[in-house]
Design a protein around this ligand. Structure first.
Ligand code: NAP
Ligand code: MG
Length: 400
């Protein structure tokens, strides 16, 4: 049988450390034997980012805009230690931040559910996807430490117009104040991304905020979601038999805990930060979380939710055996290949992606897994595999 051909390239963003090692193994063992892989390759490894003054990162994001689909390996976000380790010219920004700024997207994180790894919330049967709004609120706040008595006010000066001010509090002693904001434009693109992704996945959208208390701020989120839904999505949702549901955030939390899962949970920035850690740890492991950035105009960038697994990489460099879980990175590839297949009408590519996912999951379900999963599995017969041996077992499963 000939290899599967791809008519349009997939944007491939290579990365750093242990995930870079895994990246090459996945290509060699799982993809290249079956696909005539057509990628436009961008090396986002830290060395290359430094050499190109980080131009490579912007180029890769613009290529993603052009072709519509990218797959990204985990990358180092430099800090002071990395400046010295890599003799960097500059402390380059987080590639994910740069890419997100160019694509203007929302990040969706979903656990990979597999037999033998049970979520600790026992009624959760299907994955819960967290969609986190990635702009504003307390992440772009202005704060003042109040040292003594005085008046705090919130003011806004309209360009070429009037100014207005509202009293916050009359302090008679020390305290704190905080100013936060968001924009209609950002909230609207968040809502569009959530609804677009829901149509793609055929899953309901749940959104919670606190509009009973925050009658202007959170109420604006609620209103924009409703407007966007009614204007552009209701019809398509009804056709697909999915729904949009809004309730107060505390009510949503209670319902999520009692649900079977299987929905997209749209979260305001802070709620998303907190809830994505809750959902991922309840489902098992960060190494079993996929992450996809979806732009409002329907561009998709797939990656693993974890980092470059630095500790394992240093062991690898010392020649020691590692047991790094490659599942999230494999699923980043299958997500991207299936999306490419869907956009290009390439059925063989979609089928291959599904088959590789199945082979990966059945390898684990049969008791062959990396150490991180062996520690949390409910299976009795378990064989702990090295990074490479695990991929070899999947390759065997795939070819059988
Ligand atoms: P990390 O790479 O996510 O790893 C933290 C720890 O989690 C690991 O030491 C390991 O625990 C466990 N772990 C994570 N992924 C695993 C996997 N696939 N298989 C097995 N265990 C796994 O986070 P980090 O070490 O804090 O960060 C390393 C680098 O990644 C940093 O330079 C950071 O900037 C970057 N990063 C990149 C992204 C991204 O590109 N999206 C995201 C986050 C972090 P044990 O050591 O206990 O085995
Ligand atoms: Mg967090």
């Amino acid at each position: 049988m000939g290899k599967i051909r791809m008519s349009v390239p997939l944007v491939e963003m290579d990365g750093d450390e242990m995930t870079r090692i895994i990246w090459q193994m996945i290509k060699d063992k799982l993809l290249l034997p079956y696909i005539d892989l057509n990628t436009e390759y961008y090396d986002l490894g830290l060395k290359k980012r430094d050499e190109t003054g980080d131009q490579i990162t912007s180029l890769s994001a613009h290529a993603t805009k052009k072709y519509g689909v990218a797959v990204k390996c985990a990358t180092i976000t430099p800090n002071h230690a990395r400046m010295e380790e890599y003799h960097l010219k500059q402390m380059w920004k987080s590639p994910n931040g740069t890419i997100r700024a160019i694509l203007d997207g929302t990040v969706f994180r979903a656990p990979i559910v597999v037999k033998g790894i049970r979520p600790c919330v026992k009624n959760w049967k299907k994955p819960i996807t967290i969609a986190r709004h990635a702009y504003g609120d307390v992440y772009k706040n202005t704060e003042i430490r109040v040292t003594g008595a005085g008046d705090a006010a919130l003011s806004f000066a309209e360009k070429g117009g009037k100014s207005r001010a509202e009293e916050i509090h009359r302090f008679d002693g020390p305290g704190v104040i905080q100013g936060i904001h968001n924009t209609d434009r950002s909230i609207e693109s968040f809502a569009k991304a959530c609804f677009t992704y829901a149509l793609d996945k055929k899953q309901d959208v749940w959104f919670g905020a606190k509009d009973t208390i925050s009658k202007i701020y959170d109420a604006r989120f609620k209103a924009i979601f409703e407007e966007v839904y009614e204007r552009s999505f209701r019809e398509a949702f009804e056709q697909k038999g999915i729904t949009y549901f809004y309730s107060l955030i505390d009510d949503i939390v209670a319902r999520i805990m009692k649900s079977e899962g299987g929905m997209i949970w749209a979260c305001k920035n802070y709620d998303g930060d907190v809830m994505s850690d809750m959902v991922s740890s309840a489902f098992g492991s960060l190494a079993m979380m996929t992450s996809v950035l979806v732009s409002p105009d329907g561009v998709f960038e797939y990656e693993a939710a974890h980092g470059t697994v630095q500790r394992h990489y240093y062991q690898h460099l010392e020649g020691k055996e590692t047991s790094t879980n490659s599942v999230a990175t494999i699923f980043a590839w299958t997500g991207a290949l299936a999306k490419r297949g869907e956009l290009d009408g390439n059925k063989a590519l979609i089928q291959f992606a599904k088959k590789l996912e199945k082979a990966t999951l059945s390898t684990i379900a049969s008791g062959r897994m990396t150490k991180d999963l062996a520690l949390i599995t409910s299976l009795k017969q378990v064989k702990i595999l090295s990074t490479e041996a695990f991929l070899d077992e999947i390759a065997g499963e795939l070819s059988s």
